[in-house]
Ligand binder design. Sequence first.
Ligand SMILES: CC(=O)N[C@H]1[C@@H](OP(=O)(O)OP(=O)(O)OC[C@H]2O[C@@H](n3ccc(=O)[nH]c3=O)[C@H](O)[C@@H]2O)O[C@H](CO)[C@@H](O)[C@@H]1O
Length: 371
Amino acid sequence: MRAIITGGGTGGHIYPALAIAKGLQHRFPHAQILYVGTTQGLEADIVPKANFPFKAITVSGFERKFSPGNLKVAWQALQGYRQARAVIKKFKPQVVIGTGGYVCGPVVLAAARLGIPTLIHEQNALPGVTNRILSRVVDRVAVSFEDSMPYFPKKAAVTLTGLPVRPEILQAERDLSLASLGLRDDRITILVFGGSRGARRINQAMTEVIRRFGNRPEVQILHATGQAGYREFLEQLERQGINLDDYVNITIVPYLYNMHEALAVADMVVSRAGAATLAELTLLGLPSILIPYPYAAENHQEHNARALADRGAAVLIKDAELTGLTLVEQMEGMIQDKNRLKDMAQVSQKLGRAKALDDIVDCVEEILPRP
Ligand SMILES: CC(=O)N[C@H]1[C@@H](OP(=O)(O)OP(=O)(O)OC[C@H]2O[C@@H](n3ccc(=O)[nH]c3=O)[C@H](O)[C@@H]2O)O[C@H](CO)[C@@H](O)[C@@H]1O
């Protein structure tokens, strides 16, 4: 089987694309896969490192308002379309899969117009612009949240699959992870992080949390500040007269390379509302306090967070309303009420989709041309 996979710009589109590529290789051991992206996107760096052949075409994003720059972008889009068509004609894929980002536009459109089966995967509860447009021409749309379904045209074939997560997230064991992280078994463990790059606003609110929860015997906190915010956070604590050496139950790190272990020991999570994070939280049935990043495209993180909060799996705090006190109050509410925490965990687990990758590969198999 021969497949072209495309998706790019940020890790949020690239990692699901790579997961699908690996899923196809697993199902079809002789699969030949070509990844199409741009040279400017992160994919140009990440994809070759993952050992997939990579081909770049020229595309860039439109500005959302009219600007002369958009004429150049329109010209590039036409070029990109021609390049995509040429790549497709040469590689002769049986299927073309897009996971969002501008580069998907010309590649998936050219494939559809050449009569090649196409599938797109949407990660967020509010679908991105490219996927919304492409949904009119593709054979299948795979989505991560039920809430995104109404945004696609009625005649589109939309399937709820979920978002594939890293396999180690499901495999980590609680006891080994507690030992590896140096945490205790007899405390409620609260994991705090702000997406892959950290969140200054969450870090700011955390000083008050540390003041309130520091040395509380029933609680321990593991907080990843983000690489860029680590120094600043420590300075902030120092200015406020908080000495971490005084608190045995607070662990602060710049980044969690062992997120699978952190999630395995957590009883509740405080985080931004990126799609990958939410897929991980629901897969493990973790209750959470979500503070959506308000500048994500079209405020899509708030839609992601609502998909959990409206059903009772999470508490949503808007970034503009986040203070140390609001966070402390919500955390207290969850820690004090064990039944509520348990109910939230159950709802969260029901939203998790452990078979996401398998279900996406099933969708691909269904649209493949019959031999
Ligand atoms: C700012 C922004 O626009 N982000 C978008 C980007 O998310 P982006 O990929 O940045 O963020 P996500 O929350 O989806 O993923 C973060 C990932 O980093 C991991 N992690 C995080 C911190 C840490 O210390 N260690 C660690 O391993 C998390 O476990 C998770 O797997 O693409 C997603 C999918 O389109 C969107 O939903 C997000 O809104």
